[in-house]
Ligand binder design. Structure first.
Ligand SMILES: Nc1nc2c(ncn2[C@@H]2O[C@H](COP(=O)(O)OP(=O)(O)OP(=O)(O)O)[C@@H](O)[C@H]2O)c(=O)[nH]1
Length: 316
């Protein structure tokens, strides 16, 4: 009678392990597999009979043995469970994604729980590894993260030119100002403005003016260094922050921009547009009380360049 009960119990335990939508693996002290449920069989193509009493590490070389042992040993010794989420380690078993067509992921992201299986004497000679398929969750989290990154990028750039917008540029400028106050250096700023831009708009139309702004932004980004921070400060006004660059060296860049613009011709519809720019340079000075004082100096230099005849560079 007891035998019949035991067989019935084994039967429903087997059904339970087979129908459950998580992986169940029981290993002994040597990490030899004792239980391998249908989920594990389906995803690994290894039947329980083929893996029983075999080393988990020999069967799955992708498992980082020292890492898993470090995680699992406290489960044996302290008898307390351990959880590993996909953000810490994307997977334990490298299984293909369940829905490779609809899921952008090539593999199954997994959360893992390892808990002790104590015998009647209280000793833990086996542990159970539970594997949860969290691919959908991981993929949608990653999509949200990517979207957030893209939104953050978009919030920093100017829509017309793709270079930094005023808000973000000013943030960087203020940070550079504070860095120079702490550690006085030779950072400089250039303020640049298109000459008689109103006339370009009036002569060729506003879309042509937009194209001029776009091409000028590209030119500025192309000629400046990667460490320089270029921004569109206003309509046809640009700012370039040059960390650790003294104004004599900035003069070289400013003149290069001025000369390149002078030679540039922009074809827009049937028009050939040429134009010039004026530039003002200001080097950081410890006397500046706040970052806007620094920019005001560049603006004053720009004003001098304008009143001095335009198409020129002035150092504050
Ligand atoms: N196409 C276009 N025009 C713009 C944009 N933003 C501002 N503007 C125009 O830029 C012109 C700026 O004119 P002003 O400030 O008088 O300066 P300017 O004609 O360049 O003259 P100076 O700076 O003194 O050489 C105005 O006509 C604005 O309408 C923009 O995004 N696209």
């Amino acid at each position: 009678m007891q035998d019949m009960k035991d067989i019935a119990e084994m039967h429903w335990k087997h059904d339970l392990l087979s129908s459950i939508e998580v992986g169940i693996v029981v290993v002994d002290r040597e990490y030899h597999v004792q239980v391998w449920n249908l989920f594990m069989e389906n995803h690994s193509n290894i039947a329980p009979g083929m893996i029983r009493d075999k080393s988990l590490f020999a069967s799955f070389p992708e498992i980082d043995e020292s890492w898993l042992r470090a995680k699992a040993e406290p489960v044996f010794s302290m008898k307390s469970p351990v959880f590993v989420i996909w953000e810490q380690r994307p997977y334990l078993f490298r299984f293909g994604a369940n829905r490779p067509i609809t899921s952008p992921s090539q593999f199954m992201y997994q959360n893992i729980t390892i808990f002790p299986l104590a015998s009647l004497s209280g000793r833990v000679d086996q542990i159970c590894i539970v594997v949860y398929d969290v691919t959908d969750q991981a993929v949608s989290r990653q999509a949200v993260d990517e979207l957030n990154e893209e939104l953050q990028r978009l919030s920093r750039v100017d829509g017309l030119t793709g270079i930094f917008n005023r808000h973000y540029w000013e943030e960087q400028f203020s940070r550079e100002f504070k860095r120079n106050v702490r550690n006085p250096g030779h950072s400089s700023v250039i303020m640049l403005d298109i000459d008689h831009f109103k006339k370009i708009n009036d002569t060729y139309g506003h879309p042509a003016g937009d194209e001029v702004i776009r091409q000028l932004a590209k030119l500025i980004s192309d000629v400046s260094r990667e460490t320089d921070i270029c921004g569109r400060y206003g309509g046809e006004e640009f700012t370039i922050l040059l960390p650790d660059t003294a104004s004599e060296n900035v003069m070289v860049l400013a003149q290069r921009i001025r000369q390149t613009v002078e030679k540039l011709t922009i074809e827009y519809e049937q028009h050939i547009i040429s134009f010039t720019v004026s530039l003002g340079i200001a080097q950081f000075d410890a006397a500046f009380e706040q970052h806007m004082h620094w920019l005001e100096h560049a603006d004053k230099a720009l004003y001098k360049a304008k009143t001095g005849g335009r198409n020129q560079v002035v150092i504050a």
